[in-house]
Design a binder for this molecule. Sequence first.
Ligand code: ADP
Length: 620
Amino acid sequence: MLPTVILKGTLIKKSQQKRRTSPCNYKERFFVLDTQDLTYSEQRPGKKPIQKGCIELSRIKCVEIVCSEAPIPCSNKYPFQVVHDNCYLYIFAPDNDCRQRWVRALKEETKCNALLLKYHPNFWMEGRWRCCYQTEKMATGCQEYDPVGYGTASKKPLPPTPDTQRRLSDPGQSVVVALQNYSPHGDTELALHKDQEYILTDSSHHDWWTVQDHRGNTGFVPCTYIAEKSCNNFNRFEWYNKDITRGRAEELLMTEGKEGAFMVRDSRCAGVYTVSVFTKAPGSNGQKNPRVKHYQIRQSEAEETSKFYLAEKYLFMTIPELIQYHQHNAAGLITRLRHPISQGRENFQSPAELSKGQWEVDPAELILGEEVGSGQFGLVLQGRWRERRVAVKMIREGAMSEEDFKEEARVMTILSHCKLVQLYGVCTQHSPMCLVFELMEQGCLSDYLRARRGRMSQDTLLGMCLDVSEGMAYLESNNFIHRDLAARNCLVSCNNVVKVSDFGMTRFVLDDQYTSSQGSKFPIKWSSPEVIKYCKFSSKSDVWSFGVFMWEVYTEGRLPYENRSNGEVVEALNAGLRLLKPRQAPEAVHLLMEWCWKEKPEDRPSFALLLHELASLSDL
Ligand code: ADP
């Protein structure tokens, strides 16, 4: 039976860049969707068209619109993606209706295929996913794929438009971001999820705008809950001060007086931005010298799409991404950007303030018991809190940057996974401050391994690696960097589950010996080359540490590079040497370790991939 044609038309296709070096380009192609294939060909006036590609529909794993603010260098501005085999095909439609027609038809034809569970809503660009920042092209998607999303949307009646006269001339052009969650009341409204992107399709009403989510569902939302995500609209960021002079910026930052207090402001030069940051770091004469430093945000040249950078060439597609990076890494600045300061701060209710109290533990509810350990921050006691057995970290005076920690506590209590040691809350009302965690009855993994040497099966060892890779894949998918992954920072529950602990905590340690890569307590033996050299932490530096963690597991708790000093380890790493295969480790596990220890971060696997590989080993 001959296939029936469902849809045809001219669209623009982006080259698939199968080879790393091939330049990407955009070509007009005539697409035909029939009941068997999606084909595209080059139209030649007066000549027979040449077929340029054909995708069997049975090979398609996902079809979805691409939600992106990235500039699109071709005339069609409405992208969608077709994922087939291991390829991502990006196609650009001339308008939103046309895009919807194609996506809906393709989804309908492929809905019974072996589909992706999760997909990437944004582009793969410049070696990473713009949605979740993963640098593995094949990394699992970060958003659930709904194969009938469009179908459902199409059956839903569209909400009434208050004033058709004032509709946007080009609806569907701008991408907006949700500033807060919003729960819809009734069918005509749409749910908003904080920080997710939507396409603004109608902004004519003064209170209620119409947006479309990544599944194609449309509905009204309060316009105060969203902000346009154009490149230069920073109003939604706490750190942005639009009309402020250099003098006033200095005054505000000096008054705040906190190390790393910062803001981004418009430079005198139109279209240029400056980061102003307060520091107490000693000046060149070694004297303490509270002052404000100003860094202009520069743009790289001679590239297809210019990128932004500050003091050193860590390049980013957007200014918010650049700021986010420097909030965690000084990377050439005098200090990392710690506290955003804005002129309107008095009126600004931060999300943390809005939900204040959620993670504050009432000391009256906390019963303290025996000591179970002690660490960098002080004693750890077991205890009870609301019918739960808990571990309570009593923070020693001067051991922790408490203000910084309190700001981060909300994020850390939100992170929740069965392979992470849960932070239940913080008790800040008394000094010393204490942190309340899930109790892990069998203590830290390195002691656990040593105590059971020679008595653990291969399954047990692999199971430990799997547990930790699961917890880490979760952190990675939330763009959260651990920074100190090691067996000593994993804990064991009463039923032998290994969980990741202490994630992100090194950022709050007030001890130079621990935080500086030159310091005697810095975990050099778990650190990747880029961390040792530039303190450049990322999920990929965590992956390096995970390789060392696997080595610890398979040597049953031996110390890596046992007889070498930190200096000798750095030298050996520079010479390309790596830890040797533990006797107990199967070859496949050793290969994974070596993969984690690739010199370049981008050559290392993601945790999502490691988890997949380890799971397939455990199936053998
Ligand atoms: P720090 O973060 O202050 O360096 P650690 O997290 O290393 O402290 O904890 C020190 C010790 O306390 C651990 O080695 C472990 O024995 C014990 N401990 C820490 N957290 C827990 C917990 N959640 N459950 C049980 N014991 C814990």
